[in-house]
Design a protein. Structure first.
Length: 301
């Protein structure tokens, strides 16, 4: 019993550290692509997106000063000179450099952490994002693909690589990636049960179609995803948002209601706000979607 409790404690502690890193990454402007940010947040299980932002005064008093972060970074660097694979020092150096806004400097400790923890893809995901932010698109893409070689259903890697392809104006490559993942899912799931969540991949594919104004295809994919998992609110919400974007507010209303009923508690208020907001389709006849920043990945709900 004691061992089991200790394991949960260590896991929770690690997850808290990863969430802290994700928050820092967001502060230093990790920007991705998503037509429907709420769906992407739900897909990633990002509960930090709904958190109340601290006031500037609170942030100033709580955030470490530059001098403190620089001193911490130097201290961790000294430790790593003696113990190059010390995980505590690597994580500390990573947080300090990110706190300083030094994303390029965060790549080296992230590479070591990813190598030391091959079964924990969070490190590799963060590494890919760091490379992407420092304009190493090729390195980021390769990191995502390396994850998908061993874990073809890793949702954060799929979302990250999809975002990258869209930013490179390669929507057909993004569609192909997701369609291939869905096509091979039955075979992959036979070898590794439940390794590919088909409905989640369909939700990402629906986002891609919507971003290209291929609304009929997006709705068809969302409908299919809703059939795969009738308790999943994301495809229902995706379809509602597209209908509203097209100015079909009345048709979207029951879908918003259904999505709110199915959604976890932390998303209900957001869905209700989306439902009550003015319809863009009523005032913008071109129904042009507006890309929005995406949240960094954390474990799915």
């Amino acid at each position: 019993m004691a061992v089991e409790f200790r394991g949960r404690f260590v896991t929770n502690k690690r997850n808290r550290w990863l969430i802290n890193v994700v928050l820092i990454l967001a502060v230093v402007a990790f920007v991705g692509f998503s037509l429907i940010p709420l769906i992407e947040a739900a897909f990633k299980g990002n509960q930090t997106q709904t958190a109340v932002s601290p006031s500037p005064v609170q942030s100033a008093s709580a955030a470490p000063k530059k001098e403190e972060l620089e001193a911490q970074a130097k201290g961790y660097e000294l430790v790593l000179q003696r113990e190059p694979e010390n995980p505590t020092a690597l994580r500390g150096l990573l947080e300090a450099r990110l706190g300083l806004g030094d994303v390029k400097g965060a790549i080296a400790p992230l590479e070591k952490l990813a190598k030391l923890n091959p079964n924990e893809t969070e490190y590799a995901i963060l590494l890919a994002q760091a490379k992407q932010q420092t304009n190493d698109a090729e390195g980021a893409a390769q990191t995502y693909r390396d994850i998908l070689k061993t874990k073809p259903g890793d949702r954060n890697a799929l979302q990250g690589l999809t975002n990258l392809l869209l930013q490179q104006n390669r929507p057909e490559a993004a569609v192909g990636l997701l369609q291939d993942t869905i096509k091979t899912a039955p075979q992959v799931n036979k070898i590794q049960p439940n390794s590919v969540d088909v409905s989640s991949v369909q939700v990402i594919l629906g986002q891609v179609y919507a971003s290209q104004k291929r609304f009929d295809e997006a709705i068809a994919v969302f409908d299919e995803a809703a059939k795969v998992n009738k308790q999943d609110f994301r495809p229902v919400l995706g379809k509602a948002l597209i209908l509203k974007e097209q100015g079909k507010a009345e048709a979207a209303k029951p879908l918003f209601t259904s999505a709110a009923e199915l959604a976890p508690a932390q998303y209900k208020d957001q869905i209700n706000k989306l439902a009550s907001a003015p319809s863009p389709g009523a005032t913008v006849p071109t129904t042009t979607p507006s890309p929005a920043p995406s949240a960094s990945p954390v474990p799915s709900p």
